[in-house]
Design a protein around this ligand. Structure first.
Ligand code: B12
Ligand code: SF4
Length: 440
């Protein structure tokens, strides 16, 4: 069969992100003996023309569309990507009658809603490496609608992404990095989070050898030396993170990378190994800087741990960034002030302050939003939890944040400069831009 894979993600902030999920799907479909072509719309200046050329030049039997993002999760901007997806699918339908299959992280969070909005033929919620080839095999017999890939791939060393099918050069030039995964799954229970829905709660680790082999392969085939490790929490389990770093060090892989981490599991020894393995930046999903706030958010650490982790990063020369919410459950004027004062105290290389929290169905936050604010209509249209005690002050908080040059507030577009970002990339700056901007 001829399988066309479409990536309609055209978001360039904070960077154009290489569609790693699609690269995994492409490899799996090829391995099952099918012919694959990709239509990546990220850098397209005419999506109608590009889809037409991809479809007419290939005549696919089936079209898979990867829906990564639903919206920018940023209040009050609330940019939804739904229209871009609808447009792309309408254009696909204009040129082919092949069945359209939806998949991806965004799709997995709200499969029914996407099926309804985009009038797709099939959808695969969850990992697609097994489920998509199975659907292709049994297409004639398969019932239209959502197929959920509940059985997770046990040994994720068995799967590898096919990066070469995509334009790695453009992603490196304009996005400053490629990406890699060292494990799947997150066992933590933060009240708002969708990641366990997407990847499951059980951590499935890759062998450090396989991760290092893949890095070598990326360097050899693409020349790329800057990576983002896309794991929900790179430093958990600590032993696995340590083993991955040791293997990178042992092979002397000349790379620079950044990742997400949890303050509680940031040990001195691990930070040293991460720095030696090329880690230059860590993004902490800290959420709050008060112990009560952290407990409400379902975090497994307290402010002391955040302070300690920040110190460890600084000592080891790793830049760090804290993500904090303003307006989460339990927040009031006083807690927001404490968060701001403590952020000043921690003096991170960057901070991202999110106004309120995007509510997703199936999360504990959705229940809290119903109890506290009477919000029950949660779907593709972005809805946010904003504590009643903060909502009237949020514009003032944004104004305050704008005075800190390395604090970003995405929904208010504070300290976000797309033109500057583009210029820096044109000048060849690689890696996460918050690390670069913190130097200025
Ligand atoms: C790492 C990450 C980032 C990094 C990426 C760095 C980099 N260079 O790679 C950064 C910080 C830059 C980032 C930014 C953003 N992100 Co982000 N990110 C992630 C994260 C943690 C991992 C994504 C990933 O690479 N996964 C690994 C790949 C292998 O998995 P996958 O893409 O899901 O693919 C699998 C399946 O989905 C499926 N599949 C995928 N495509 C297809 C297609 C078909 C046909 C089929 C059948 C199956 C299928 O099979 C794949 C293999 O198993 C996810 C959360 C998560 N755990 O998924 C959020 C996530 C994808 N991000 C999200 C968002 C919102 C954003 C931003 C819009 C936020 C913002 N305002 O800045 C931006 C958008 C950036 C952009 N240009 O698109 C949301 C998207 C859903 C939503 N809520 O809208 C997620 C799910 C987190 C969340 N809050 O819920 N992100
Ligand atoms: S916020 Fe991070 S640590 Fe918490 S559940 Fe989500 S992915 Fe896991």
């Amino acid at each position: 069969m001829k399988v066309l894979l479409v990536s309609p993600n055209r978001e360039h902030l904070p960077d154009p992100v290489f569609p790693l999920g699609l690269a995994y799907i492409a490899a799996a479909v090829k391995r099952s003996g099918h012919e694959v072509k990709v239509a990546d719309l990220c850098f397209s200046d005419d999506i109608d023309r590009d889809i037409r050329e991809s479809v007419n030049g290939f005549l696919p039997d089936i079209v898979g569309v990867s829906l990564r993002n639903i919206d920018d999760v940023a209040y009050p901007k609330k940019h939804s990507y739904l229209k871009e997806y609808r447009d792309a699918i309408e254009i696909i339908r204009k040129f082919t009658s092949a069945p359209v299959v939806l998949g991806g992280s965004g799709f997995t969070i709200m499969p029914e809603q996407f099926m309804k909005e985009l009038h797709a033929d099939y959808g695969i919620a969850g990992e697609g490496e097994k489920a998509f080839p199975e659907l292709i095999e049994n297409l004639q017999k398969s019932v239209r609608g959502i197929h959920s890939s509940r059985t997770k791939i046990k040994n994720i060393d068995d799967i590898m992404p096919d990066r070469e099918i995509l334009d790695c050069e453009s992603y490196y030039r304009l996005g400053g990095m490629l990406n890699i995964q060292t494990k799947r799954g997150c066992p933590f229970r933060c009240i708002y989070c969708t990641y366990p829905m997407i990847e499951g709660r059980t951590v499935r680790i890759r062998s450090p050898l396989s991760v290092a082999d893949e890095i070598e392969d990326v360097i050899e085939k693409t020349g790329v030396r800057h990576l983002f490790i896309v794991d929900s929490t790179f430093n958990y389990p600590v032993s696995h993170a340590m083993a991955v770093c040791d293997e990178i060090i042992k092979r002397r892989l000349d790379i620079k990378w950044s990742c997400y981490a949890n303050p509680r599991h940031m040990t001195e020894r691990l930070a040293g190994a991460m720095a030696r393995a090329g880690c230059t930046g860590i993004e902490f999903g800290t959420d709050s800087l008060t112990d009560e706030g952290l407990s409400i958010m379902g975090k497994d650490f307290n402010y002391e741990k955040v302070k300690k982790a920040s110190g460890i990063c600084r000592k080891n020369g790793i830049k760090f960034c804290h993500f904090i919410f303003a307006g989460s459950p339990g927040d009031n004027e006083e807690t927001v002030k404490t968060n701001i004062d403590r952020l000043d105290e921690l003096n991170p290389d960057a901070a991202v302050i999110m106004a309120g929290i995007r509510i997703f169905p199936g999360t504990r936050l959705a229940e809290i939003a119903k109890e506290d604010l009477g919000i029950s209509d949660i779907g593709l249209k972005p809805v946010f939890y904003m504590s009643k005690n903060v909502s009237k002050k949020i514009d003032g908080i944004a104004e305050f944040v704008s005075k800190r040059r390395n604090w970003v507030m995405p929904g208010y577009e504070i300290n976000i400069y797309p033109r500057l970002q583009k210029r820096l990339r044109e000048r060849g700056i690689k890696g996460s831009l918050w690390e670069e901007l913190s130097k200025r």
